[in-house]
Design a protein around this ligand. Structure first.
Ligand code: NAD
Ligand code: IPM
Ligand code: MN
Length: 322
C-alpha cells in the first residue's frame, strides 16, 4: 500500500495541509495516510522539535506532504526543515512558476552551499562556510538537465561567479554537464537574473542555482503568478521525496482561515505526479483553474473566500467527477 506521511507543521500548515490531504484522499482512498508531528509547536510543548524516530517515520513513507515549519532566528535552534532535507538527502528542490506565456522550473540545490551548517558565532565575528562540492553540483546539474530534456527546453545557470569562487566552480561544472548532455544553456549573474525574470519571464525555462539563491529567486518569481500562496515545490532525492508549498508558516495570518491553499494543493499534485498518477495531478490543477475562474479566491489574490471555502469548491468539483 502507498504510504503518505502528513506533516502539517506550524501556522498555516494546519490550515492548508488538511485541504490538500482531503483532496488526495478523495482521489486515492486506497493510500495509507499517517501524521508526523514536528515543528516549533512541538518544541514549545516538549522542548524538542523533531526526534530521530520522526525522521525514521518519514523514511517509511513513499512520499511526504509537508506544510511549513516556523524557524525562529535563534542562536541554538536548528531548522527542522533543513534537518529533514539533509536526513532524507532531498538534494533537488524543484519550484515551478507557471503563468500566461511562461513556464519556469527553478531547480535549487538543497543540501549544501550557504546551508552547509558549518558555522559559528564568536565574540566579535560570525562565519558560515559556503560549501559547493563536485558531487553536489554534478547531481543537481544532472537533475536540472533531466528537466530540460523532458521539457525540450534550455538551461540557465544562475550564479555569482564574478565574486564567489565557489560559484565559478558551480558554474563550470554545470556548463560541463550541459555540454556533455548536448543541451542548450546560458548563464546569468543571480542579481541581474532576479530582475530579468520579472521583466522577461518568457525567456526562461529551467534555472539551476545554488541553495540560497534558489530560495530567494523562488520567492521573487512568485510575484509573477500572484504571490507565495500559489507556488508549490518538490524536494527529491534518490530514495525519498517531500512536497511542500514554497511559502512558510505565515504567522501573520495563521488561524484566521484566510491562507491560500493553492500552493499546498499544487504540492499534492506534484506528489501524485511523482507517484506516477499524472491524471490525478491534472485533475487537481484543472479543478484549481476552474475554481479561480469562477471567482472563488482567497484574499491574497483579490478575493474574499476562506481557506475552507476554497477547499470545499475544489472537493466539490473533484467529488462530482467521481
Ligand atoms: P512566509 O512565507 O510564511 O510569509 C510571507 C508573507 O506571505 C506573509 O505576509 C504571509 O502572510 C504571506 N503568505 C505566505 N503564504 C501564504 C498563503 N498560503 N496565503 C496567503 N498569504 C501567504 O514567510 P515568513 O513570514 O518570512 O516566515 C514565517 C515563518 O515560516 C518563519 O519562521 C520561516 O522560517 C518559516 N518558513 C518555513 C518554510 C518551510 O517550512 N518550508 C518556508 C519559508 C519560511
Ligand atoms: C524555503 C524556506 C526554508 C529555506 C527555510 C524555512 C529553512 O525559506 O523552503 O524556501 O530557506 O529553504
Ligand atoms: Mn524560502
Amino acid at each position: 500500500m502507498t504510504r503518505i506521511a502528513i506533516v502539517e507543521g506550524d501556522g498555516i500548515g494546519h490550515e492548508v495541509i488538511p485541504v490538500a490531504q482531503k483532496v488526495l484522499f478523495l482521489l486515492h482512498p486506497d493510500y495509507d495516510f499517517f501524521p508526523v508531528e514536528v515543528g516549533y509547536g512541538r518544541w514549545e510543548q516538549t522542548g524538542c522539535p523533531c526526534k530521530d524516530n520522526d525522521i525514521s517515520a518519514l523514511k517509511t513513507a513513499d512520499a511526504v506532504l509537508f506544510g511549513a515549519i516556523t524557524t525562529p532566528p535563534m542562536k541554538d535552534y536548528q531548522s527542522v526543515v533543513l534537518r529533514i532535507r539533509k536526513a532524507l538527502d532531498l538534494f533537488a528542490n524543484l519550484r515551478p512558476i507557471r503563468g500566461d506565456g511562461f513556464d519556469i522550473m527553478i531547480v535549487r540545490e538543497n543540501t549544501e552551499g550557504l546551508y552547509s551548517g558549518i558555522e559559528e558565532i564568536e565574540q566579535d565575528r560570525a562565519t558560515t562556510l559556503r560549501v559547493v562540492t563536485r558531487r553536489g553540483t554534478e547531481r543537481i546539474a544532472r537533475a536540472a538537465l533531466r528537466c530540460v530534456h523532458q521539457r525540450k527546453g534550455k538551461l540557465t545557470i544562475g550564479h555569482k561567479a564574478n565574486v564567489l569562487k565557489s560559484d565559478v566552480f558551480f558554474r563550470d561544472i554545470c556548463i560541463a554537464e550541459a555540454k556533455k548532455a548536448g543541451i542548450v544553456y546560458n548563464d546569468k549573474f543571480i542579481d541581474a537574473l532576479s530582475l530579468d525574470i520579472l521583466q522577461h519571464p518568457e525567456a526562461y525555462d529551467v534555472i539551476v542555482t545554488t541553495n540560497i539563491f534558489g530560495d530567494i529567486l523562488s520567492d521573487v518569481s512568485s510575484y509573477l503568478v500572484g504571490g507565495l500562496g500559489l507556488v508549490p515545490s518538490a524536494n527529491i532525492g534518490d530514495r525519498y521525496a517531500l512536497f511542500e508549498p514554497v511559502h512558510g508558516s505565515a504567522p501573520d495570518i495563521a488561524g484566521k482561515n484566510i491562507a491560500n491553499p493553492v500552493a499546498a494543493l499544487r504540492s499534492a499534485a506534484m506528489l501524485l505526479e511523482y507517484l506516477g498518477d499524472n491524471e490525478g495531478a491534472g485533475r487537481i490543477e484543472s479543478a484549481i483553474t476552474k475554481v479561480l475562474a469562477s471567482g472563488i479566491r482567497t484574499r491574497d489574490i483579490g478575493g474574499s473566500a476562506g481557506t475552507m471555502e476554497f477547499g470545499e469548491a475544489i472537493t466539490g468539483i473533484l467529488g462530482k467527477q467521481g
